[in-house]
Design a protein around this ligand. Structure first.
Ligand SMILES: Cc1ncc(COP(=O)(O)OP(=O)(O)O)c(N)n1
Ligand SMILES: Cc1ncsc1CCOP(=O)(O)O
Ligand SMILES: [Mg+2]
Length: 510
């Protein structure tokens, strides 16, 4: 596999728990190739920092030049900069990379100024240089509560204070801000991270972990985000993965010296318990954080099985009838962009057919008509979550399937307790213009490992007859298809073959 290049520009920690050393562990764990630009050499162990020595400016810029001429970065993580001058010089280099490089690196700044022991790690000129020059060159800055206060002058002692502090960093030029919740004193029982790019907010919560350890968490989090982005994960997935990596690493942390041990580096996060909760409007925590909106009041009706099997998605009642007659038992009517009045008769007919064949028949999009005609279930997309009356669908007893396109959307959908989750699009598809990138089998594998115990899962998007065995091998319980069936030379024979492939002995042929 091609490992994306990720640079860390940071200080060396002789104790091996933070700085360059933590960054390189993390970059490797996330599948990147780590390159380092050492900004300063620290002498420290698990109990004290005894020396911080900035590297000569020529040593600093020679490392940048060496990498720049041969090993252009997909993402750059910046940690400790020992002087304001190092920050100024770096800002100029970053500006130049953005101008010259064909692919712009994603830059994450972890604004380290004070060690966890309380010792100042940088000179007094660093803060103004960050504020006036470096912030403008970064895509994401990741302060903790103390660093946010130092950079913005605003004390984040409430959600409003936190939002105001983050807004000040956006105004200073940062592309986005992630405030880490570890040092916030509220909410008491959860460590809540806050992300904003000025247009949207994401709040991620995990229970506070009782541990004496955690040296290097800030460095590790920023490196994990940078490497996930270099792997082409969208920012919201990078945030979720990085927080899961930290939670896993804190659980596994132990003494190395006499003091606080380093966060452990335990590979790609896979345990659902390590993943954060997406704080939803309408939840108790959401209310406390000032989010507005509603949540459904309970779970959606459960499916009768975790394995929904072959799942054709078609646009006419005639197709539904043909497939039901062949023995298909999970199907969807997907008619796009028509007025309710134009589709009502088809939806009514589809619901009646589904009942006659005792099938799991989902209606895409038209949730009001689905409720009105007593459909078995509704399938909705991410955009619909904001606008559909989910509680009305739930209260009417309809099943709900939700589309997701990655870690963050899966975790957000999880909070709505739907009947199944769809994961897509797995391969490039001609059927629909997708704003996200194809997920591929490796990511599908990981999603299935994470969510399969909790929800029936459906894979969709670009799944041809030939790809069905590969998709089925991930353990996903259902495979949704459009063109593999509707454009097959012999749709009936193909459907029977697919039923046997996906459902094996459980295929209910008539
Ligand atoms: C099983 C299944 N998965 C995903 C989709 C896509 O739904 P959505 O995101 O709402 O997009 P449209 O289908 O409405 O274009 C689906 N329909 N079925
Ligand atoms: C509706 C939809 N949602 C995600 S991909 C997709 C289309 C799947 O069609 P095909 O199986 O022809 O690629
Ligand atoms: Mg839809």
């Amino acid at each position: 596999m091609n490992r994306p290049i990720v640079w860390t520009i940071a200080g060396s920690d002789s104790g091996g728990g933070a700085g360059i050393q933590a960054d390189l562990h993390t970059i490797k764990a996330f599948g990147g190739h780590g390159c380092s630009v050492i900004s300063s050499i620290t002498a420290q162990n698990s109990v004290t920092v005894s020396m911080v020595e900035p590297v000569l400016m020529q040593v600093f810029t020679s490392q940048l030049a060496a990498l720049e001429s041969d090993m252009q970065a997909g993402a750059i993580k910046i940690g400790l900069l020992p002087t304001g001058l190092h920050a100024e010089v770096l800002a100029k280099h970053l500006q130049e990379y953005r101008r010259q490089w064909p692919v712009k690196p994603y830059v994450v700044l972890d604004p380290v100024a004070v060690a966890s022991s309380g010792r100042a790690m940088a000179d007094a000129n660093l803060l103004p240089a960050l504020q006036r020059q470096l912030l403008q060159q970064v895509d994401l800055v990741t302060p903790n509560a103390l660093e946010l206060e130092a950079l913005s002058g605003i004390v984040p002692d409430s959600p409003e204070g936190l939002r105001a502090g983050a807004a000040a960093l956006l105004a200073a030029g940062a592309g986005a801000v992630l405030v880490k919740g570890g040092h916030l004193t509220w909410p008491a029982e959860q460590a809540v991270d806050y992300y904003t790019d000025g247009e949207r907010e994401i709040w991620l919560a995990s229970p506070r972990l009782e541990t004496a350890h955690g040296h290097g968490t800030g460095c590790t989090l920023a490196s994990a985000i940078a490497t996930a982005i270099a792997q082409d994960y969208p920012i919201e997935d990078a945030l979720v993965l990085a927080k899961a990596y930290i939670n896993q690493g804190l659980q596994g942390a132990d003494f190395v010296g006499r003091g606080a041990g380093p966060v452990a580096h335990l590979g790609w996060p896979e345990n659902p318990a390590d993943f954060p909760t997406v704080v939803m409007p309408g939840s108790e925590l959401g209310d406390r954080l000032g989010l507005t909106g509603k949540l459904p009041q309970g779970r959606f009706a459960a499916m009768d099985t975790l394995n929904l099997g072959l799942y054709p998605v078609v646009d006419t009642v005639a197709w539904l009838e043909r497939l039901l007659t062949l023995g298909v038992r999970t199907l969807q009517l997907r008619i796009k962009d028509k007025a309710d009045a134009e589709v009502e008769a088809d939806i009514q007919a589809a619901v009646a057919l589904g009942r006659r064949f005792n099938a799991r028949l989902f209606i895409n999009d038209y949730w009001r008509l689905a409720i009105k005609h007593g459909a078995y279930g509704v399938h909705l997309g991410q955009e619909d979550i904001e606008v559909a009356d989910l509680e009305a669908i739930r209260a009417a007893g309809l099943k709900l399937g939700l589309s997701t396109h990655g870690y963050y959307e899966m975790l957000r959908a999880r909070e709505l307790k739907p009947s199944y989750l769809a994961l897509g699009h797995i391969f490039p598809t001609r059927t629909k213009d997708m704003p996200s990138r194809p997920q591929g089998l490796e990511r599908l594998d990981r999603y299935v490992a994470l969510m399969a115990a909790e929800f029936p899962l459906v894979a969709i998007g670009g799944i041809s007859r030939e790809r069905v065995p590969l998709v089925a091998a991930t353990g996903v319980g259902s495979i949704a298809l459009v063109t593999a069936i509707t454009e097959a030379q012999d749709p009936d024979a193909t459907t029977l073959e697919l039923l046997a492939l996906v459902e094996g002995d459980n295929a209910q042929r008539q």
